[in-house]
Ligand binder design. Sequence first.
Ligand SMILES: C[S@@+](CC[C@H](N)C(=O)[O-])C[C@H]1O[C@@H](n2cnc3c(N)ncnc32)[C@H](O)[C@@H]1O
Length: 358
Amino acid sequence: MSRAADALRRLIRHEGPVPVSRFMAEAMAHPEHGYYTSRTPIGSAGDFTTAPEISQMFGELIGLWMLDLWRRAGAPAPFCLVELGPGRGTLLSDALRAAGLDPAFAAAMDLHLVEINPGLRAAQGTALADYAPRWHDSLATVPPGPAIILANEFLDALPVRQFVRAATGWHERMVDVAGDDFTFRAAATPLPTGRDETTDGTCADGAIIELGPAREAIAAEIAHRIAEAGLAALVVDYGPANGMPGDSLRAVKAHREHSALADIGEADLSADVDFSALARAARAEGAAVRGPVGQGDWLRALGIEARAERLAAGAGGPAVAAAVHRLCDPGEMGTRFQVLALGAPGGPIPAGFGEPAT
Ligand SMILES: C[S@@+](CC[C@H](N)C(=O)[O-])C[C@H]1O[C@@H](n2cnc3c(N)ncnc32)[C@H](O)[C@@H]1O
């Protein structure tokens, strides 16, 4: 058993069952033995891989997307480029190589990285050494002003609350211990006020829904900054384009899916992102919301096929084609991953999106 599991078991024995959100927060972000504070999880030797690690094309297209947006917003200088959860720094390293086509962009940019993992901070420092990044534990300490904010597979790692349907209504799902094992049980806590109308009330007994208040709070914080000071945010993650996720909490270790209650602190816990809830939270702060659109359609609109053709003219043709398939095909990441943009009211429409949703 891991130190994270031991600590959680002690916590539950003293305080009683904890909501799934607290369980996720302790397992993932505990300052000493949380998954994201004690391990370097990304890549073939880690637990999972991500779009920027699949191909340089992903970061390069985001770099050109940023450059185009910045120019059409009047090239504000200085501005903050912020990435939430930058992993190994691969996305930004590829993006800044592409955006560096215009040296004025790099000259105007102050780079800020929000990251809690010390091993990943070190990797980011190496990958992004040319850009003098500054690190933060949260967005709150990033200076105010115009910003481009990127979050690829960041929000899915933040805690969700789960609620279980019973004859008496919705009840919060808790994590308890039975002997040495962890187990789920329902508590008396009902759905928070205002959330009941987001369910259709027809779910069968035992059905599970997820709410992500911590994620919505970050979407609101980002939207507030952008609506007030300008430029945009780009959120890429997995989850349904519309509607609330069901029971999507999962653990991944060494590229295989496990029960969420096994390997606590040693497996990556995540849950689908509710894009409609993020959009609602962002609109309430005055941001212009665009999307979500499927990752495949978005990357095609940005020109991934043309970029792939040029790359494939070198040695790695089949590998480039395989990467395009993985990033864009509906059976792979193409529709499972969504892209959402939050912009300033009256600001430019970011590339790859149509008119603002009403
Ligand atoms: C799934 S990884 C994605 C990494 C990167 N964006 C990519 O696409 O390769 C999640 C990232 O968010 C960071 N992270 C997780 N929880 C965090 C938190 N509460 N605050 C700041 N960073 C966090 C992780 O350390 C990691 O860098």
